[in-house]
Design a protein around this ligand. Sequence first.
Ligand code: DLL
Length: 432
Amino acid sequence: MIWNKTAECMSDKKREDLQLNRLRDTVKTAYEKTPYYKKRSAKQKIKYSDIKQLSDISKLPFTSKADLREGYPFNMFAVPMNEIVEVHTSSGTTGTPVVAGYTRRDIDTWSEVMARALTMAGATNEDIIQNCYGYGLFTGGLGVHYGVHRIGATIVPISAGQTKRQLQIMQDFGTTIITCTPSYALYLAEAAYEAGINMRKIKLKSGCFGAEMWTESIRNEIEKRLKITALNIYGLTEIIGPGVAHECEAKNGLHISEDHFYPEIISPDTLEPLPDGEKGELVLTTLTREGMPMIRFRTKDITALHRGKCACGRTTVRMERITGRSDDMLKIRGVIVFPSQIEKALLEMKGIEPHYQIIVTRPHHLDEIEVQVEATKEIFSDEIRHLEAVRDKIENHIEKAIGLRVKVTLVEPKSLPRSEGKAIRVIDKRAI
Ligand code: DLL
């Protein structure tokens, strides 16, 4: 099933014409209406009328997460506040968050792209969709919610957590599709196994998993344990939220809703565009966004694009699953964390040396962070009780800084590996 054949199966020519028109409109609106872009366009020579063909987009400067933070809270909006009907923020809990504003039409677009995504997972108005993405400022919960409403399926807006209840409801309500992070899907599978639930007896048929990196082997595990088809869903707050791209049953890349989001791949080193098929950083431009047009947003996500008709009949470009980032951003249980935030918090504390390592693990399918930090000689040779008090203080301080509880281990001075080049600060032991 295809939700919107006109949009998803368009000829290249038709799509490119549409994209060019929309790109020109977007640049014009952004440069005339958004305080942030207005300021920037005053400094640069390029005008929207210089965009004569799609490839002219490369003449425009990039937008970064830092730019969005600078525009906090509403300087990226292109419409007056009385036209903004909803706001969301990125899942980072500290620092200046990225704020996204939506007009009524943006919510409509979001519902549309999410309806396309859910249809790829086999959703029709007969389905019962259990949405375990968090509701609130995070875009996961409400993004999926709007898509389910658009299709006319039944939404179970259970949000994240409460695993036992999730399993109970899944059985009692006859949930057919589940939406959550891939790590939570594995956690649910484990809990279902422990509770003696026979997955063959429940109605679940597929799931849309995303918001964090995962691999084919994780897909195989989820499919085997939950007895479902597991599909990949991609998106980000800055662009709209979930629904920028989604896999179809061919599992051969994620179809980008190209009539709304224009993708490019650039080299993170030279910042030059790369041809289709080559891996690099994904850069996205919104083509229809009213509330917050985004021009050449550097996602920092690493992928490659592939064109040509898919076995499912869609003609939209497909992106490979994300295999990494061009920065050091970590997503821990869905929350964005930069190692530099932990470093900053650590260095504000007494009794420790500036040598640390962040170890990320995924015991029982949920992310955990351990921060190993060298204690000073004085502290280390002090009583255990004192050492524990210092450790607790640091744990509390980091929690305040990043919004997540981490385990701190104070280690002997000079015991952590030293590096002659780049220090290895993060050891990611998760199987991703
Ligand atoms: O994670 C939106 C979302 C919600 C996507 C639900 C899918 C499902 P943010 O919190 O702003 O938004 O985080 C965006 O998460 O730049 C990627 O690094 C990562 N990410 C999102 N989806 C995937 C995925 C939501 N399928 C950031 N594979 C992005 C790998 C993903 N990474």
